[in-house]
Design a binder for this molecule. Structure first.
Ligand code: MG
Ligand code: MG
Ligand code: MG
Length: 318
């Protein structure tokens, strides 16, 4: 290695390499999409590495084990000037530490655009569909790149996870059509595999209350109100609520530590498609504009999607 090469090396990684990651507290779509994007970038001749901003949850672990694919390595921050690609998110509050000083080359997502600011022009591609995996399918088509069985299996995993096997209101006809094509390429029955995948994610038995409320937590800021919406999937809401006291203690600690105005913890029944929420913080009045809380809880009939149902409910009441 010559001196010039050494100068551009930071933390063992060359600056010109592009880092790809989904949001913090990564879910299955975030991890799968990063690995898919690495494949796409490499096929386009760009040196890129899929990474993740947190531990694998049980659902994601199940998927990578089942598919026999190595999950990406974890990173905590990026150095100033690093080239990065964001998948499955765009809000800086959900992104890697150091994102403000990074060189964002691209983002591919299926969420609202919020608090997103760059100094350079970039490639941004979003579609209002059920998961980033489906958006990436479109990008492969646009670039005329063949989807291998491995990539198809990852896209299918994203679809099954984020749409709760087509039951979430975020699911679109596009997700269903793409899944049918991917099933053939991957040779996987999505209904069978998807149910095993979702069930693997409902095993919450060995999680501490602190871990439980952070399995899938996202931070938001709207008009100066800082709030977190965390969500877990279960097949038995009452089983989770047995620990309500300990869960509330963990939430209150988090509120204090992060200076949050509101914390909403959604316990989602994936079989019956309902959620029970626990809401705490000094701005629970926002939730109570539409849902009366009893014992800090409310039952939200037919609600399973944070993005399409819970977040708008809070957003519209701020
Ligand atoms: Mg996600
Ligand atoms: Mg997603
Ligand atoms: Mg999700």
């Amino acid at each position: 290695m010559n001196i010039l090469e050494k100068e551009v090396e930071i933390g063992g990684d060359k600056m010109d390499k592009t880092f790809i990651f989904g949001h913090k507290n990564p879910d299955t779509d975030s991890i799968c999409s990063a690995v898919i994007m690495e494949d796409l970038q490499k096929k386009l001749g760009i040196e890129a590495e899929a990474t993740r901003l947190g531990d694998l949850n049980k659902e994601t672990s199940y998927a990578f084990k089942f598919l026999g694919i190595d999950p990406p390595r974890k990173i905590d921050k990026v150095e100033p000037g690093s080239n990065v690609i964001l998948v499955d998110h765009n809000e800086f509050s959900q992104s890697v530490d150091g994102i403000e000083e990074a060189n964002i080359k691209m983002f591919v997502d299926h969420h609202r655009i919020s608090n997103f600011r760059t100094s350079e022009p970039l490639f941004g591609f979003t579609q209002p569909v059920g998961c980033t995996g489906t958006v990436l399918y479109t990008l492969y088509q646009m670039n005329n790149i063949e989807i291998t069985p491995k990539i198809a299996s990852l896209m299918l995993t994203s679809i099954a996870s984020d749409t709760l096997l087509f039951k979430s209101p975020t699911c679109t006809k596009q997700d269903i059509d793409v899944a049918k094509k991917l099933e053939k390429i991957a040779n996987i029955d999505i209904n069978e595999y998807g149910m095993d995948l979702l069930k693997a994610g409902t095993d919450l038995s060995d999680l501490t209350p602190e871990q439980l409320i952070n399995v899938d937590a996202k931070d938001f800021e709207v008009n100066g109100v800082n709030f977190t919406i965390a969500q877990i999937n279960t097949v038995d809401i009452d089983e989770v609520l047995k620990n309500q006291d300990a869960i509330e203690e963990a939430i209150n600690n988090e509120i204090k530590e992060k200076g949050l105005d509101l914390f909403v913890f959604a316990i989602t029944d994936i079989l019956n498609s309902n959620s029970e929420i626990i809401a705490l913080g000094k701005r629970t009045d926002i939730v109570e504009k539409t849902h009366k809380l009893e014992n800090n809880r409310a039952f939200l009939e037919g609600v399973v999607s944070r993005k399409k149902q819970i977040l708008p409910l809070i957003n519209n009441n701020i």
